[in-house]
Write a protein that binds this ligand. Structure first.
Ligand code: PLP
Length: 365
């Protein structure tokens, strides 16, 4: 693991973590002996897909391991900009650009708002690479007002997902403004934040001011994004605990990534660790065909193999829904291994977690 020579108070400060993000080849080479494809990757992605890593997240890396799962998530490699990878993806494969800039309205009852392009660290497989490649910019008040006006005029929207970038990286005043305006709208029941800060800079949640702001606008939910068991540190646990104590449930959405978490044993470990810190695994997403990120994709068979492995080895609470997001904004589809071997009317042959076949006639009454 990589050590930083700073005081405990600095290490536990979110501001310090953000101010000291590693953003250049030169800085990164001080901590990690970079591979040739990483050096080339950092040079060639400059100005296209930015580099930033918090000292905290970098500290989780084993610098001796070229295939380290933390390393693969945040250090660019040349493959990102190679023709083969670039041509097999689209900047906005899921057609997220919606009716108002920053807003996606795909399902009738839910709307997605992206309110900043800023993230504490930039994940190389990000589904919103098109957004973070624009540089670091928060949406203006006018842009936010237009999104909110849209939500106000669509009564069917019950659930607003606030994402980015990382929305909780914004200052409390901005977060407060968005929440206050949304809470004025009667039909908005649920507000969710999509944030990777519990993973990239859990220090954010050691600050009472943020949590006070969120708590004022209950019910608020957090969707976070742990991908690997190594990300579940004591500090991450402390952050999650502080969020949960404010009455904010935390669900996890991971992405299936080649070389990072595409091993059944690792996925079991991740989900066990999540349950231990009281985070509910919600989704395991198949990696989307995003321009500059398709080298992280696995086959669907790999995802199904993992789901098969989980069943019977962990409580149902710890099993996420494996889903593909259909191209063109056609929505999410859950995928399961096949447990219904055959069926005639009400007579089923099921396969259980041990692979045993069981006949079962299921009728009413
Ligand atoms: C995933 C997604 C949602 C939320 O879906 P849930 O299954 O409720 O988490 C809403 N809007 C868009 C555009 C999405 O991609």
């Amino acid at each position: 693991m990589i050590r930083f020579n700073v005081s405990k108070a600095e290490w536990r400060s979110y501001g310090w973590q953000i101010r000291n993000r590693i953003k250049t080849l030169e800085e990164l080479s001080r901590y990690v002996k970079l591979l040739p494809e990483e050096v080339e990757g950092i040079k060639r992605t400059q100005g296209l897909y930015p580099l930033a890593i918090t000292p905290y997240y970098l500290s989780l890396m084993d610098p001796e391991d070229p295939q380290d799962p933390i390393r693969l998530q945040v250090i660019p490699r040349a493959v990102e900009v190679e023709e083969e990878v670039q041509k097999h993806g689209e900047p906005d494969a899921l057609k997220e650009e919606g009716p108002v800039p920053g807003l996606t309205h795909r399902y009738p009852d839910r709307a997605l708002m992206t309110i900043t392009t800023f993230c504490a660290s930039y994940c190389r497989y990000c589904m919103r690479k098109r957004i973070f490649s624009q540089g670091e910019r928060a949406r203006s008040k006018e842009e936010i007002d237009r999104m909110i006006a849209y939500i106000r005029s669509h009564e069917e929207i019950k659930d607003v997902l606030i994402s980015g970038g990382d929305p909780l990286s914004l200052g409390e005043d901005k977060i407060d403004y968005v929440l206050r305006e949304l809470r004025k709208i009667k039909h908005v029941e649920i507000i969710r934040f999509g944030t990777r800060l519990p993973v990239l800079a859990p220090q954010r949640f050691l600050e009472d001011r943020l949590l006070d702001t969120l708590e004022r606008y209950s019910p608020i939910w957090i969707n976070t994004h742990f991908n690997h068991s190594r990300e579940i540190t004591e500090l991450a646990q402390e952050a999650i605990d502080r969020i949960l104590r404010r009455g904010i449930p935390v669900n996890n959405q991971s992405v299936l990534l080649k070389g990072v978490n595409d091993e059944p044993q690792e996925m079991l470990k991740l989900n066990r660790e999540l349950l231990r810190i009281k985070v509910k695994p919600q989704y395991l997403f198949h990696c989307d065909p995003i321009k500059g990120a398709v080298h992280f994709r696995t086959t669907v068979d790999k995802g199904l193999e993992i789901m098969e492995y989980l069943r019977g080895r962990i409580s149902g609470m710890g099993i996420p829904t494996y889903a593909v997001d259909l191209p063109g904004g056609k929505g999410k589809v859950p995928l399961l291994p096949n447990y219904v071997i055959s069926r005639q009317g009400d007579r089923f042959t099921f396969r259980n977690y041990k692979g045993e076949l069981v006949d079962y006639e299921i009728t009413e009454l």
